[in-house]
Every structure is written in structure tokens, then in C-alpha cells.
Ligand binder design. Structure first.
Ligand code: SAH
Ligand code: SF4
Length: 367
């Protein structure tokens, strides 16, 4: 099997070139060709000696996941479905705005964490994505968008993706090593040179991995809170049974010592009648008293047989007001791209579950 060079950060590529008997600056050249110029064909890497190019053709490849389809929504949101092997798909979404372009990247095929309101969580888990599959999503988006005018501003930019959020399919901190290597490539000036403040990892709260992320690659952090007390969070975000709110809040405070931003973003999916009542907002104010934070309220995005409903506009307004009156900064996520099922939690892709969980659930539901 040829070595996929998209699997390496610059250190990894340098080590691989050293084994080939090549100098470190050769690795840097190839890294630039791949990530900055979007070239995957070694023959086009014109400043590399022909003998080395021939060696590379024999032993290596530059392979992003294959695109099954790409679709653009009426509001300019773009979605790609990537084929990542037998019966499996993952999705990547680009959201253009006036002052930024945000790419929502997947980290796993499916997810093992079973949050009850998440369509990815309902589908089961197949496997972790490789580094090449994670960075490949940015590689495809960056190099295809670079040639097109921005749908909002009409301008052509050589840096169309300014922000990355690890909020697609999967729990990024459950695929720690590959995600950290891919994050490193996103931040590297020899590749995409994104700012740490503009790269966000979203986690449902894997406490030990949050500490490791702070040490290895501190980027902006979003924590999927979704409930203000353990009894409710145990039900809708089951990982809470392992890492309850007290531990999660302590981990957030520790993370902030290293974080590039001085706040944590708490995501909160509003589920009608479940977690959207005024008392929940008041409990949230208490819970987060010692954690510098901002809130991102996300109206639930429905999917078939979810069993949940969107919150009423009035409950969202009251909820938001209680948080704001307590001095918290609150944003409400606009739903983008829902005409192409590209909104949060609708990233369906295709998952061939390997955990046996989906079958078990189907039996349970049938019973
Ligand atoms: N696994 C990570 C990142 C992926 S999910 C995490 O849970 O944080 C990205 C965000 O979308 C999370 O906050 C998640 O809770 C939210 N989400 C999942 N399903 C949703 C749905 N149906 N409607 C709205 N948001 C949803
Ligand atoms: Fe996994 Fe995040 Fe969905 Fe929970 S919300 S099941 S952690 S992808």
C-alpha cells in the first residue's frame, strides 16, 4: 500500500522523508504543494528533483476521501458527502458569512456516545477517521472554494475557510490522536495557518481528554452541555454518568488556563418541554457561575422518529433573557442549510454500525 502523505503533519512527513534518505526541506516543499497549492499529483511538483518524484510515485499518494456528492443550499451553505468505505459516508459543511467562512468537520463515522437527540448518535458507531480523512475535508473544501466567488460577498478569496469547527459527525476527543494531528496541520503556517482562536473542538465532555487537549493543542473549546443538572443530563447526554457536571465544570476551568480564548462556549440544544423551561435557565446560571463562558442556544433540528420537538420561540426568548439578565453572553444559532439537511445533528451520512447497538435498539423498539 502506498503511504498517504495526507496522514502526516510536517514532523511526521519529515521523519518519513528521512527514512527515504531525503533532506527535511524536501518534506517542507511537498507539504506546501499538498496543502497550500492543493496538488496531489507528484508530477506537478515541479521544483522537486525528478528522481525523488519517481520515488514518490512508487511509494506514496496524496489522497483525500472521495466526494460522493457536493450540494449548495439556497443560502450558500455547501455540503459534501464523502465516501469513506463500504456503506459509510461522512459529511462536511461550509457556512459562508460576511466576515468569515466556517467549515464544520467530522471526526468519526458515527458516534458511540448515544446522545438521545442526535441523529449521528442514533446511527451507531463504525470507526475513527484517519488523519487524511479529517484534514482531507479541509483540503477539498479549501481548494475547491478558492476558485469560486464567495456567495455572500462575491469576492474570490485565497483563504475561503477562516474558521473550523469540529462539530460534524462524531466525538472529536474520542479520536484524540488523529484529531490532534489534523488540528496541528490546520494551524501550521506551512499548511493552512489558521488561528488557534478560530479552530474549535466541540466535545460532549470527555474530561480526561479535555486535559490532554489543553496540553497538546489548546484551541477554542465548545462543550455540549444541554442540561443544567445531572439527573437530566444523565438522560440526554449519557457520558454524563461517567463525567458528571461537577467534574466537567472543573475541567472547563482547568482548560481555560491554556485556552487561546478566555471563555468556554457552552452549546445548549433546546428540546421543547425537556430542558427549555425557565427553571433550567436559572439552574444554568448557578452551574456556570465560576466558569467564564458564553452560551450558544441551538434550537433542536428535527429528524425522523427523534421523539423530540423544536422549542417554541417564546420559550427560547424567556430562556435567553434569564441568562442575559444574569450577565451571560448568549447567541442563538441560526439554522443554516436546513434545506439540504446540513444543520446540526442532521448530518446523517451513512453509518454501518459495528457496535451492534443499532440492532439492539431496533429490537428494543420493536418489543
Ligand atoms: N460530538 C461533539 C461534536 C459534534 S455534535 C459534541 O457533541 O459536542 C455538534 C453539536 O451539535 C453538539 O453541540 C450537538 O449536541 C449538537 N446537536 C446534535 N444533534 C442535534 C440536533 N438534532 N439539533 C441541534 N443540535 C444538535
Ligand atoms: Fe456523539 Fe456529539 Fe451526537 Fe452526542 S451530540 S451522539 S457526542 S456526535
Amino acid at each position: 500500500m502506498p503511504q498517504n502523505l495526507l496522514d502526516f503533519d510536517l514532523d511526521g512527513l519529515t521523519a518519513w522523508f528521512t527514512e527515504l534518505g531525503e533532506k527535511p526541506f524536501r518534506a517542507r516543499q511537498v507539504f506546501h504543494w499538498m496543502h497550500q497549492s492543493g496538488v496531489s499529483d507528484f508530477a506537478q511538483m515541479t521544483d522537486i528533483a525528478k528522481s525523488l518524484r519517481e520515488k514518490l510515485v512508487q511509494q506514496a499518494c496524496v489522497q483525500a476521501p472521495a466526494i460522493s456528492y457536493a450540494h449548495t443550499s439556497a443560502d450558500g451553505t455547501r455540503k459534501w458527502l464523502f465516501d469513506v468505505g463500504v456503506a459509510n459516508g461522512i459529511e462536511t459543511v461550509f457556512i459562508p458569512e460576511d466576515d468569515r467562512g466556517t467549515l464544520c468537520v467530522s471526526s468519526q463515522v458515527g458516534c458511540a456516545l448515544e446522545c438521545t437527540f442526535c441523529s449521528t448518535g442514533r446511527q451507531g458507531f463504525n470507526r475513527n477517521l484517519t488523519v487524511a480523512e479529517i484534514i482531507g475535508q479541509l483540503w477539498v473544501a479549501h481548494h475547491s472554494l478558492k476558485t469560486e466567488p464567495n456567495r455572500t460577498t462575491g469576492e474570490i478569496s485565497d483563504r475561503p475557510v477562516t474558521n473550523v469547527v469540529m462539530m460534524g459527525m462524531g466525538e472529536p476527543l474520542a479520536n484524540f490522536e488523529n484529531v490532534v494531528t489534523a488540528l496541528g496541520i490546520m494551524l501550521d503556517d506551512h499548511a493552512y495557518g489558521l488561528s488557534r482562536r478560530r479552530v474549535t473542538v466541540s466535545t460532549s465532555g470527555l474530561v480526561p481528554a479535555m486535559d490532554r487537549l489543553a496540553e497538546r493543542c489548546p484551541v477554542a473549546l465548545a462543550v455540549s452541555l444541554h442540561a443544567p443538572n445531572d439527573a437530566l443530563r444523565d438522560q440526554i447526554v449519557p457520558i454524563n454518568k461517567k463525567y458528571p457536571l461537577r467534574e466537567l465544570m472543573a475541567a472547563c476551568r482547568r482548560y481555560l488556563v491554556h485556552a487561546p480564548r478566555d471563555f468556554i462556549t457552552f452549546e445548549y440544544v433546546m428540546l421543547a418541554g425537556v430542558n427549555d423551561q425557565p427553571e433550567h435557565a436559572r439552574q444554568l446560571v448557578e452551574l456556570t457561575r465560576d466558569v467564564p463562558c458564553k452560551f450558544n442556544l441551538i434550537p433542536f433540528n428535527p429528524f425522523p422518529d427523534s421523539g423530540y420537538e423544536k422549542p417554541r420561540a417564546e420559550s427560547m426568548r424567556v430562556f435567553r433573557q434569564i441568562l442575559q439578565d444574569a450577565g451571560l453572553v448568549v447567541t442563538t444559532r441560526k439554522t443554516r442549510g436546513d434545506d439540504i439537511d446540513a444543520a446540526c445533528g442532521q448530518l446523517a451520512g451513512k453509518v454501518a454500525d459495528k457496535s451492534g447497538r443499532v440492532m439492539k435498539r431496533m429490537h428494543k423498539e420493536a418489543a
